[in-house]
Write a protein that binds this ligand. Structure first.
Ligand SMILES: Cc1cc2nc3c(=O)[nH]c(=O)nc-3n(C[C@H](O)[C@H](O)[C@H](O)COP(=O)(O)OP(=O)(O)OC[C@H]3O[C@@H](n4cnc5c(N)ncnc54)[C@H](O)[C@@H]3O)c2cc1C
Length: 475
C-alpha cells in the first residue's frame, strides 16, 4: 500500500494539465495542497494502529491488504464499515473526506458492467476487474465524474442546441473511442490519479452517443482541469489542524480525448446509463449517511464548547439545540445502517444499499444543513464574524485589551476563546464555509433528486390500502 508521501510524489510526476486563476499550475500548488492534505489522512489512517482495521480490508480475490476506499462492498458488514470509516474520516478532516467518491464509483461500475455483460454478452466486467486490480494494488484515488454541463435543464441531451453539453463519443476505431464534452463540479480532479466518467442521467435509444462510461488518468492528453480551490483561512500565528485542510472542485473539459478500449466500460448501451447513475447515487447517498453525521458532530461540538466558554452551558435553549442535532445526526446515521442491513446483492456480488433508506437519510441531511448552521450562528453570537484580525490579538499595543475584553467564562483563557471563535468564523463566515454548506445540499444529488428517487421507490399505494381497510372502504 502507498504511504501519504508516495501519494504526494505520484502527483508530482503527473503532466501539468490543471489551470487555476488564469494560469497553468502544477499539482503541488499551495492552493491545491489543503485538498491533498485531506487525502493524506486516508493514507495515514491505513497505517495508524487505532484506525487501520477500519480503513483497510483484505481483497477476497488476491488476499492482499487494501485501502477500504478502494474496496468493493460485498456484504452488509462492508457497507456498515464504509459508513463508519467515512464518519471517522470526516471527523478528522473537519468536513468531507472526499475519497469515498472513488469507492462508490467502483461499486457502481462493478454492478453495471456485470449487468451490461449479462444482457449483451459484452466484456466490460472483465475489463473493469482488470482496472480495479491495478487501482487497488497501486492504492489510487479516483474522482467520480458524473455531473455534465447539461445546458438547458428542461431538455434531454439530444434536444440541446449543442450536443457537447453532455459528454459523448464523437468517434471510435479498433483502438478506442474519442470523447468530447465537459463535466462540472468535479471534486478532487486536480489531486486524484483516475477520472471515472459516467452518464449523469438515464438515456433513450436516441441518445446512445452519450451512453459512455470510462476511466482515464487525470493527466491524459487533451483533458483540461479548470480548478477552483477552497480552504479555511490561513493562520499566521494560531495554527490549527482544520486550517491545513480544504478541497478543490473543477470543470473538466474533454477536448477530444482518446480512451483505449480496455478502459471503456459502457459504449452505447443506453438502457444502462440510468443504472450506472442511480447505482452510484445510491451508494454515494449511503456514504453521506456517514459524513453528514460527522459534520453534525462538529456542529454539536462547536455549540457545546461555545456554551461552556461563554458561561451558558446547561441553559435550556442550548440543551434543546444539542438534543435536536443529536436526533438528526443519529437518524441520518441510522438510515445508513438500515440501508446497509437491507442492502441487495447484485449479480456482480456487490451489495447495493437500500434505495429508500439511502435516499431518506441523504434527503434529511441536505434539508437540515442550514438549520444546523443557523443554530451555530445563534449560539456563537456576533463576535466570530466581527472579531479583529489575528495580528491584533498579538500586537503589544492592543493585546492587553484583546485579552481583557474577549474573556467570557472567567475559567477559560482568552486564547481558548480566540481559537474557538476563529474556528466558528471559518465554519460560518468564510468562503470555504459557503462552498461546503452548498455541497451538503447538492453533493450526491439535490434534495429534489432524492425526492424523485423516493417517489419512484416508495409504495404509497400500500399506505392508501392500509387506510381503506381501517375505514372499511371496498373498491
Ligand atoms: C461542492 C460540490 C462538489 C461536487 N462534487 C461532485 C463530484 O465530485 N462529481 C460530480 O459528478 N458532481 C459533483 N457535484 C455536483 C452535484 O452532484 C450537483 O451539484 C447536483 O447533482 C445538482 O446538479 P446541478 O448543480 O447541475 O444543479 P441544477 O441541475 O442546475 O439544479 C438547480 C435546481 O434546478 C432543479 N432542476 C434541475 N433540472 C430540473 C428539471 N429537469 N426539472 C425540474 N427541476 C430541475 C434542481 O432540482 C435544483 O433545484 C458537486 C457539487 C458541489 C456543490
Amino acid at each position: 500500500m502507498r504511504t501519504s508521501e508516495d501519494y504526494v510524489e505520484s502527483l508530482r510526476a503527473m503532466r501539468p494539465n490543471v489551470r487555476m486563476g488564469g494560469e497553468s499550475v502544477r499539482r503541488d500548488d499551495a492552493r491545491i495542497e489543503p485538498g491533498i492534505n485531506v487525502m493524506r489522512i486516508t493514507y495515514d489512517a491505513a497505517t495508524d494502529p487505532e484506525l487501520e482495521e477500519l480503513f483497510t480490508t483484505t481483497c477476497p480475490d488476491t488476499g492482499k491488504k487494501i485501502s477500504r476506499f478502494c474496496a468493493l462492498c460485498r456484504s452488509s458488514d462492508d457497507l456498515l464499515k464504509k459508513q463508519k470509516m467515512i464518519r471517522t474520516g470526516a471527523r478528522l478532516s473537519g468536513f468531507c473526506i472526499q475519497r469515498c467518491m472513488g469507492t462508490d464509483t467502483m461499486n457502481a461500475l462493478s454492478v453495471t458492467t456485470k449487468d451490461i455483460d449479462d444482457a449483451h454478452g459484452t466484456e466490460y466486467y472483465a475489463r473493469f476487474r482488470e482496472f480495479l486490480r491495478r487501482y487497488q494494488d497501486e492504492d489510487q484515488i479516483a474522482a467520480a465524474v458524473m455531473t455534465d454541463a447539461k445546458g438547458d435543464r428542461a431538455k434531454r441531451p439530444h434536444e440541446q442546441v449543442d450536443p457537447d453539453l453532455h459528454v459523448r463519443v464523437v468517434s471510435q476505431n479498433k483502438d478506442g473511442i474519442i470523447v468530447r464534452g465537459a463535466k462540472a463540479d468535479i471534486t478532487m480532479a486536480s489531486y486524484c490519479h483516475e477520472l471515472v466518467v459516467f452518464p449523469t442521467r438515464s438515456l433513450t435509444k436516441d441518445e446512445k452517443q452519450w451512453a459512455v462510461t470510462f476511466a482515464i488518468p487525470a493527466d491524459t492528453k487533451n483533458l483540461h482541469i479548470i480548478n477552483r480551490a477552497t480552504a479555511p483561512r490561513q493562520r499566521k500565528i494560531l495554527k490549527a489542524p482544520l486550517n491545513t485542510y480544504g478541497s478543490s472542485d473543477a470543470l473538466v473539459v474533454f477536448d477530444d480525448v482518446f480512451v483505449p478500449w480496455d478502459r471503456v466500460f459502457m459504449c452505447g448501451e443506453h438502457e444502462f446509463a440510468g443504472t450506472m447513475a442511480l447505482t452510484f447515487s445510491q451508494c454515494h447517498r449511503h456514504s453521506y449517511c456517514g459524513c453528514k453525521p460527522a459534520v453534525d458532530d462538529i456542529v454539536m461540538g462547536l455549540i457545546a464548547l461555545a456554551a461552556e466558554y461563554y458561561g451558558v452551558e446547561g441553559k435550556s435553549h442550548i440543551r434543546e439545540k444539542l438534543c435536536h442535532l443529536a436526533g438528526t445526526a443519529e437518524l441520518i446515521f441510522a438510515a445508513g445502517i438500515a440501508g446497509a442491513v437491507n442492502s441487495t446483492k447484485s449479480a456482480s456480488g456487490v451489495h447495493v444499499p437500500d434505495a429508500i433508506y439511502a435516499n431518506v437519510g441523504r434527503r434529511l441531511a441536505g434539508e437540515s444543513t442550514y438549520e444546523a448552521w443557523g443554530m451555530v450562528a445563534d449560539v456563537a453570537g456576533g463576535f466570530p464574524v466581527t472579531m479583529p484580525f489575528e495580528e491584533d490579538y498579538f500586537d503589544p499595543t492592543t493585546r492587553p485589551w484583546m485579552e481583557k475584553y474577549t474573556v467570557r467564562n472567567p475559567k477559560i483563557s482568552a486564547e481558548k476563546i480566540h481559537r474557538l471563535q476563529r474556528t466558528i468564523s471559518d465554519y460560518l463566515a468564510s468562503s470555504w464555509a459557503g462552498v461546503w454548506q452548498v455541497a451538503a445540499v447538492h453533493g450526491g444529488g439535490s434534495p429534489a433528486m432524492e425526492t424523485v428517487a423516493i417517489a419512484s421507490n416508495y409504495d404509497f399505494n400500500e399506505r392508501k390500502n392500509i387506510v381503506k381497510r381501517l375505514a372499511g372502504i371496498e373498491d
